[in-house]
Design a protein around this ligand. Structure first.
Ligand code: PMP
Length: 367
């Protein structure tokens, strides 16, 4: 008998996670799609003061319903839609990873199925496994778009309880047009929920609407967001969603009591007060992304059109060798996506220059 007596399907599995290497050893870290710009001193001081206030009440449990935070998130989201998003439509947890797991716990489970279209975010099968939900991955086309007729046919065949659609997609950067979301919501109907994961939503190119606009039309639609990416607050661990209030109420059944600590709630509220500053580099990052895409194409590489703060490029042959060559030159990117492709997050102009120099050197060495 082996020890520990873990569920057999978990035995021997490595925990998920990109390599986390010390910044003094690897100065250019472009592997987990973070925002490279930290908060100003003024913002840091406000967050520290708010966390300090929360510390005075740490003997008590926090507000289990996090009403103030739900209200602030609802008004933040309302700026992105013609109508209004109300606090009852908003839910939050420790990162959108936790939001997604809660969705699977509430709407998936034994005997139920989650569906996505590969290449897709690599955590989704893990949420399915952990909630004992069956996992089915359809596939995207060669340009990483979705063929709607094929997607509809797969939905009719699989009858999924949860459909997970990252838009913009990780790792390809591809955003879904609203027509696609409408078609998939209608195909699933009240039998299941369609989760549009907009972790990178704020980076989409102009003219690409948010799925938030479709919420009034589809009560089975859930749109998730995070403060980890455009909001420059990955360390905060705050993800959230907007959906029909009945969906939020269903999640309340599976959430752990007091899952958002008083410090998290206070910090998130303070960060939201500084939204204009924290989001202030989004336009610059989008411009840098477009420059990086153009530069990679100039090198003769294929690059998927990106609406996110990263891009997927290929094909580079032995991608592990390229990844390692970059790492040896102090640049950490991500080995993910289809074979032969690599993903690079968009950093500061200096970081992107270091990435470009290193990639040129590695490609020359391998030629
Ligand atoms: N969704 C997608 C598509 C992501 O890429 C990520 C982070 N890599 C997440 C969700 C989770 O982010 P977080 O838990 O930090 O909100």
């Amino acid at each position: 008998m082996s020890f520990p007596p873990i569920r057999p399907e978990l035995a021997g599995i490595e925990p998920y996670g990109a390599p986390q290497l010390p910044v003094d050893l690897v100065p250019v870290q472009l592997n987990v799609n973070e925002n490279p710009y930290g908060p100003s001193e003024e913002c840091v001081a406000d967050i520290a003061a708010s966390a300090g206030e929360a510390a005075r009440t740490l003997n008590r449990y926090p507000d289990r319903e996090f009403v103030a935070l739900r209200t602030a998130l609802a008004s933040y989201l309302s700026r992105d839609v013609p109508g209004e998003i109300v606090p009852e439509q908003v839910w939050a947890a420790n990162g959108s990873n936790e939001v997604m797991l809660q969705l699977l716990q509430a709407f998936g489970g034994p005997g139920r199925t989650a569906l996505s279209f590969a290449p897709t975010y690599s955590m989704y099968p893990e949420y399915a496994r952990d909630s004992m939900t069956a996992w089915v991955a359809g596939r995207r086309e060669d340009d990483f778009s979705l063929d709607l007729d094929r997607a509809r046919a797969l939905i009719a065949e699989v009858r999924p309880d949860v459909v997970l659609l990252p838009s913009p997609n990780n790792p390809t950067g591809t955003a879904l047009p609203p027509e696609a979301i409408t078609v998939l919501c209608e195909a699933v109907g009240d039998r299941g929920v369609v989760v549009v994961d907009e972790a990178y939503g704020e980076f989409r190119r102009s003219g690409v609407p948010s799925a938030l606009e479709l919420l009034p039309a589809h009560r089975n639609l859930v749109v998730t967001r995070t403060m980890s990416k455009a909001f420059a607050a990955a360390g905060l661990r705050l993800g959230y969603l907007a959906a029909d209030p009945a969906i939020c109420d269903a999640i309340r059944v599976v959430r752990l009591p007091y899952h958002l600590s008083a410090v998290t709630q206070a910090t998130a509220l303070a960060a939201l007060r500084h939204a204009p500053e924290l989001l202030g580099n989004v336009d610059q990052l989008r411009a840098q992304r477009d420059k990086t895409v153009a530069w990679l194409r100039d090198q003769g590489l294929q690059v998927a059109d990106s609406d996110a703060n990263f891009c997927l490029f290929g094909t580079v042959g032995d991608r592990h060798a390229v990844w390692q060559g970059l790492l040896d030159r102090g640049v950490l990117i991500r080995e993910t996506g289809p074979d032969g492709w690599l993903r690079v997050s968009i950093g500061t102009p200096e970081e992107m220059a270091a990435f470009e120099d290193a990639l040129v050197a590695v490609m020359k060495e391998m030629a």
